[in-house]
Design a protein around this ligand. Structure first.
Ligand code: UDP
Length: 584
């Protein structure tokens, strides 16, 4: 619970009307009758004080707790950095579960399967999302020794997880989110690839196929590949890699599901192979984790670091300082968090993974007048992420000197190669920042804007109307702003086809749908190059994109070193979260 009283001279938080709505509805602590027990300042102070309080136990902290709490407070209310939603909701409260991402093992027995269902329910209740690999389950129709019956296979069990998730409304604040993964060499892979083809099927799951290097090579060479029984690793069949790949592409074209992850590549980057193999990621794909591992995320808002007086328009010193403070914050979150299972506490404490990422990238590009789909934007992306990665590593090193390295360090890849020591097995992850970006009033993650002006459906059918502030300012500066034009922009979302506007504006103020799919992918790869974990990114495709376009995106993702890809073809599924008027 909060250990420091609310100082009277705390600055107000700079939150806009949309952020107020979201915070009031889901983030402010409420009493038994539903009335708020804190205001926005109170929320950020609760979090800052609770996270700073962890400092005391290390004895040799360079910060006094109240001073650090104020620094953390300023970091958040200045919207320079925000921790993931569970930290904002639960820090300093009796629940105290602060991580967004979990991966749970699913073993091949009734006990283990239903244990996982129960553990997932506990995690969802606390606001976390869960990822599972179902690859260890015996295939459909395999014999069940104890009963003489036949097994129903991974997909049938996923339905149980899905139903359980439906019933637990994540502590009343977040809907349950799951990732389901199956290895491409599992005998039930075809059923898995098509398991979401019927509408409303497995709605609480994102699904991804774990592609192996072997499979990718077989696709390239036009060969068959082995299907393997997970219990004894026996080869139980062979099938055409090209056919499976085509089915994957077709299903992604039809509905966006499944995505793909390159599981061998993920494991090549596993910092602690001695603790196990990575089988799955969290629900949105950006955080690969070991079984029973959890990770807390946080994001720097790049828009705030725009500095017109700086030679290249960016306050690099401010960004560096923020990264260092954010790493200390996230490391403290690990200790402040109460995990729902002892196995999770043990694994988290051993590796101390954190995932610092960013949001507001598209805003920054708008402010700097750099088109998202340009080589200049790719270079900037690399420079920014190289800085965040490098500074987060040096901050983690400094923390290791102060507090000791993560306990699994000696057996980790850093320990074995004499790199480090670091306080954290990983430091960087790029999260979607779905809600954080609303709170900070910036563009989400590394995504381009979905629309320059749009209406957003959030929570219980409520509607928020937003126009991008940088766009509005640029229009005003160019003398092009008018109410009728803004109406048109809200209807269309984009200005690509508003010919009366100057080309310079139309080139810079691009939206997701104006950008060629390959640029989405190149941007993902640029950020991945300097990210320990993975990058949350959707490759948006126009409605008339072909299956070959998706095939090419997958091929390129593999070639450019991405850890996975999610594509989304406009209009391919009903009920998009964001909508732009007539969708033109
Ligand atoms: N997540 C979840 N339920 C949700 C939204 C997110 O479990 O409704 C988890 C999931 O693991 C996701 C991660 O939180 O990958 C980060 O999502 P995001 O950055 O959008 O969360 P935010 O902190 O902005 O709420």
């Amino acid at each position: 619970m909060t250990t420091l009283p609310l100082p009277v001279d705390l600055p107000e938080a700079a939150v806009n009307a949309n952020a107020q709505v979201v915070l009031a509805k889901r983030y402010l602590m409420k009493g038994p009758d539903g009335s708020p027990l804190e205001d926005v300042r109170g929320l950020f102070w609760r979090v800052a004080a609770a996270i700073a309080a962890e400092e005391a136990k290390y004895g040799n902290s360079p910060f006094a707790p109240e001073d650090l709490a104020r620094r953390f407070y300023d970091l958040m209310v200045g919207m320079r950095f925000l921790p993931n939603s569970p930290t904002l909701m639960n820090a300093g409260t009796p629940l105290g579960q602060l991580a967004a991402c979990f991966v749970l093992p699913v073993g091949d027995s009734m006990e283990e399967i239903f244990d996982a269902v129960k553990f997932a329910a506990l995690i969802h209740k606390s606001g976390g999302g869960t990822g599972f690999s179902f690859s260890r389950l015996r295939p459909k129709k395999a014999r069940v020794g104890s009963t003489g019956g036949v097994a129903s296979g991974p997909v049938s069990f996923m339905r149980i997880f899905n139903t359980a998730t439906e019933q637990v409304k994540q502590g009343g604040t977040r809907r349950g989110a799951n990732m389901g993964i199956l290895r491409v060499d599992h005998p039930d892979i075809l059923e898995f690839i098509t398991c979401k083809e019927r509408e409303n099927e497995l709605q609480n799951f994102n699904i991804s196929v774990a592609l192996t290097e072997r499979f990718m090579q077989a696709v390239e060479k036009g060969e068959d590949y082995d299907l393997i029984d997970p219990r004894d690793k026996a080869v139980v069949g062979r099938q055409s890699a090209a056919d499976v790949f085509s089915l994957l592409v077709r299903k992604a074209w039809e509905s966006g599901d499944p995505g793909i992850v390159f599981i061998d590549r993920i494991n090549r980057d596993n910092p602690t192979p001695a603790l196990g193999e990575i089988e799955s990621t969290n629900p949105c794909g950006e955080q690969p984790l070991l079984p029973y591992e959890a990770c807390n995320l946080g994001s720097v808002n790049l828009a705030v670091f725009h500095d017109p007086a700086a030679p290249d328009g960016i306050d690099w010193a401010g960004l560096t300082e923020t990264v260092h403070l954010a790493v200390r914050f996230l490391d403290n979150v690990i200790d402040a968090s109460r995990y729902p299972l002892d196995q999770i506490t043990d694994m988290v404490q051993a590796n101390r993974k954190i995932g610092l990422g960013l949001m507001g990238f598209a805003d920054l590009l708008y402010l700097l007048h750099i088109p998202y789909d340009s080589t200049e934007a790719l270079k900037l992306a690399e420079r920014i992420m190289d800085t965040i990665q490098g500074e987060s590593k040096s901050a983690s090193k400094a923390l290791a000197a102060e507090r000791g390295p993560f306990p699994a360090y000696p057996d980790s890849i850093f320990g074995k190669r004499n790199l480090g020591p670091y306080r954290n097995a990983t430091t960087t992850t790029i999260a979607p920042t779905g809600t954080l970006s609303i709170i900070a009033g910036c563009s989400s993650g590394i995504e381009p804007l979905f629309a320059l002006a749009f209406s957003r459906h959030v929570m219980d059918g409520e509607k928020l109307v937003e126009a991008n502030v940088h766009f509005v300012n640029a229009m005003k500066e160019a003398g092009a702003y008018s109410d009728s034009l803004m109406e048109e922009v809200t209807r269309k979302g984009s200005i690509a086809h508003i010919g009366m506007l100057p080309d310079a504006l139309r080139e810079v103020f691009v939206t997701a749908m104006d950008i060629e799919p390959v640029w989405h992918l190149k941007m993902q790869a640029a950020f991945q190059k300097y990210t320990d974990n993975a990058v949350s990114k959707t490759v948006n495709l126009p409605n008339d994109a072909t299956q070959d376009d998706i095939r090419e995106i997958y091929r390129l993702a593999y070639e450019l070193g991405c850890k996975g890809v999610t594509v989304y073809r406009d209009g391919c599924k009903a009920g998009q979260v964001l909508c732009t008027g007539d969708g033109a």
